[in-house]
Write a protein that binds this ligand. Structure first.
Ligand SMILES: [Zn+2]
Length: 328
């Protein structure tokens, strides 16, 4: 299962919390997953429709615990969407009114008559606990996050502009500045930084998911450090091979022009070793030498050897100029 699924599963299992928080959750869930239908003569019906069965169970429990409402639960199978199942919670007439009153969608006059104010919910979120609950429910109803193994991305998407405003304000209050963009008629609020996402998970109460994410972050950092070390090694060995290549070409030039025997014995040996082992480092060449030589000793001899080749090349180019001048 996806990381997003695991986070939601953890959130659905959290205790229902305080009365104020239960209402905050029901409000956000109504905004993401709720709908209202009128059936004439002032009869109304509220439905919650969600894909996730654990979330349907949570809504069921919230309605029961907070408002003593027992919704009817049934499933709709979508043949066109590969058999995907939607859980539908339908609330009866009277209970729907009770819920709408609780969510401040309607007012009740003293004589008991109902006045419809708006069809959107309104819920004060002055308490920190309620802000957490609201965010948790918004994520359950409309959120998703990428597995931190792949990328750091957390988002909430909805067509409800006032909910976008509320969520932006809420996240900014928690020092989690958000970005938004439009996608297929929906506004997407998203967070990108690993730390911000981790803080958001913590704010929603998903502490196991915070640990899971921190684990991934540590593994990624360790892997990054290991990769940098390997790259550095490769870089060094490439440099070493380039140097060895230059040495081999220089020694070949010397062999052609003058022969190895023109060199002092100590340099003859090291030149021969280099020609026979073109891919070894100076340390390794030193180990092959009889008796073994230190890296700095090999380095010293190699430098003398290179100096001799440079002098030789200088001589050759002067000779060439001389010959040209003679022929003029
Ligand atoms: Zn609360």
């Amino acid at each position: 299962m996806s990381f997003s699924f695991d986070v939601k599963d953890e959130l659905c299992r959290l205790p229902l919390g305080k009365n104020c928080c239960m209402l905050s959750e029901l409000t956000a869930l109504y905004r993401t997953s709720g709908s209202l239908s009128f059936h004439g003569f002032g009869r109304v019906q509220v439905q919650y429709r969600v894909e996730n069965a654990a979330l349907a169970r949570r809504i069921f429990r919230l309605l029961r615990a907070r408002l003593n409402i027992t919704p009817r639960l049934h499933y709709v199978q979508h043949a066109r969407l590969g058999g995907q199942r939607t859980c539908v919670l339908t609330i009866g007439d009277e209970d729907s009114q009770k819920l709408m009153l609780a969510l401040h969608m309607i007012d009740q006059d003293e004589d008991g008559s109902i006045r419809y104010r708006r069809t959107t919910v309104r819920h004060p979120m002055t308490r920190r606990c309620c802000r957490s609950a609201y965010l948790r429910a918004a994520f359950l109803g409309s959120g998703t996050m990428t597995s931190p193994d792949k990328d750091y991305h957390f988002e909430l998407s909805t067509t409800d502009q006032s909910m976008i405003k509320e969520l932006s304000r809420l996240l900014e209050k928690c020092e989690l500045p958000v970005n938004t963009y439009q996608r297929k008629g929906q506004t997407v609020i998203y967070l990108k930084g690993a730390q911000q996402i981790s803080d958001t998970l913590a704010l929603m109460g998903a502490s196991n998911s915070v640990f899971a994410m921190e684990d991934v972050r540590i593994r990624k950092q360790a892997r990054g450090a290991a990769n940098r070390a390997i790259n550095c090694d490769e870089h060094n060995s490439e440099r070493m091979l380039n140097a060895a290549d230059t040495q081999v070409q220089a020694i070949r030039r010397l062999v052609i022009e003058k022969g190895l025997r023109s060199l002092p014995p100590a340099l003859q040996e090291i030149a021969q070793l280099r020609l026979d082992n073109t891919d070894l480092s100076l340390t390794e060449l030193g180990q092959l030498h009889e008796p073994p030589l230190s890296k700095s000793a090999v380095n010293h001899r190699m430098r003398r050897l290179m100096e001799i080749v440079r002098q030789l090349e200088a001589e050759i180019s002067t000779d060439a100029t001389d010959t040209q001048e003679e022929s003029l």
